[in-house]
Design a protein around this ligand. Structure first.
Ligand code: COI
Length: 357
């Protein structure tokens, strides 16, 4: 159990107006959670302080070798004004998997959950109410040793910041156009592709800029070895509905194990929709698009929720999916996942966690 000290702001910020579009990741709340780590001392000094710049030495290891991890989850206001988190245990479990891979000290699960609940409770007034909005939670850990040698740091900072957000894509639920990348790769098996860390995202920027320039929102990655099998989008996992069966790439070590991905698979199983986690090649997707069996395609992610894909481009081929419109299953998944997140639909045991319990 953490002993969290509170230093609350004396000058609260102006909250966004009800009709503010809440462009993803641009607005931050009044407070943040912080906790330090030092070898021999462990995690200590848990505190909630006003949101503010942090001071680090230019030699802090995070700036040089990228030893950092992050997570993303959301808080929602339920029908009885209660504040709900969606499957925080899954994010905490993944956070510690990332920590182990990056030689960052783990955070005890109950302490992580306590910190999440405490900061969200403190700034609960910032949870936006408009449909399609939520309070995005960004926990992260950085290595702070002032040292230029390559080794795991002995000191870390764990921070949680909060941001009221609208849809991740400016187009909202309108299907996005995705570019299947055949030049660069994001990750390879044995690397850090399944860890949630900045390195995977910086690796994606070059392709993302290229795709944006061509009018595409995101890049869909192929495996780094054969450059043949579909992996993920970076900001989301990917699903195809082919001839009535939902197919998503199996987790091979280079794909981020998304919490929403896991939820989609569970919901499909519950509804009796056939779902397969397996290797799926870009040729198979192209063929299905050509012979009319590719019925739907959508991405899943915390930020992206369920994002329908209306067009894929691979090399010189462009193919529209479901007439560029959201499919029936994608819509049902979006409605169900957001319904559970908002406490309007009863989800499976443990999916909705109140911050005051
Ligand atoms: C999330 O969905 O929470 C993510 O971390 C994706 C991020 C690129 C916005």
């Amino acid at each position: 159990m953490l002993d969290i000290k509170y230093e609350l702001t004396t000058s609260p910020k102006q909250k966004p107006a009800a009709d503010d579009p809440l462009v993803f990741g641009t607005i931050f709340t009044d407070h943040m959670f912080m906790m330090n780590y030092e070898t021999g001392k462990g995690w200590h000094d848990a505190r909630i302080v006003p949101y503010q710049p942090i001071v680090l030495e230019p030699s802090a290891m995070v700036f040089h070798y990228g030893q950092e991890m992050f997570e993303g989850l959301k808080a929602y206001r339920g029908p009885k004004e209660e504040v709900l988190l969606f499957r925080p245990d899954k994010n905490i479990e993944r956070a510690n998997n990332t920590n182990r891979r990056l030689c960052i000290p783990e955070i005890p699960e109950e302490d992580f959950l306590q910190a999440l609940k405490a900061i969200v409770k403190t700034d609960a007034d910032w949870i936006p109410e408009k449909p399609g909005t939520s309070l995005y939670i960004r926990p992260f850990i950085i290595a702070t040793d002032p040292f230029l040698g390559v080794r795991p740091s002995d000191r870390y900072l764990f921070i949680i910041i909060l941001s009221p957000v609208g849809p991740y894509y400016a187009s909202g639920l309108k299907p996005v156009k995705i570019w299947i990348e055949d030049e660069y790769v994001r990750a390879i098996r044995g690397g850090i592709g399944e860890a949630k860390t900045g390195g995977n995202y910086v690796a994606s920027l070059k392709s993302q800029v290229k795709a944006h320039d061509e009018g595409y929102s995101q890049v869909l990655w192929l495996d780094g070895v054969e450059r043949k099998y579909i992996e993920e989008v970076g900001a989301m996992n990917i699903f195809f509905k082919i001839n009535g069966t939902v197919v998503t790439p199996m987790l091979t070590g280079s794909i981020l194990p998304g919490v929403t991905r896991n939820s989609v698979i569970q919901l499909c199983k519950e509804w009796g929709v056939p779902v397969e986690e397996r290797r799926i090649s870009v040729d198979e997707v192209y063929e299905a698009a050509m012979n009319g069996t590719l019925e739907e395609c959508f991405g899943s992610g915390t930020a992206a929720v369920i994002s329908p894909v209306g067009e894929l481009r691979f090399e010189e081929h462009r193919f529209e999916i479901n007439g560029g419109k959201i499919g029936e299953l994608s819509q049902k998944l979006y409605d169900t996942v957001t319904g559970i997140q908002l406490g309007k639909i009863q989800g499976p045991e443990g999916w909705s966690v109140r911050v005051d319990e």
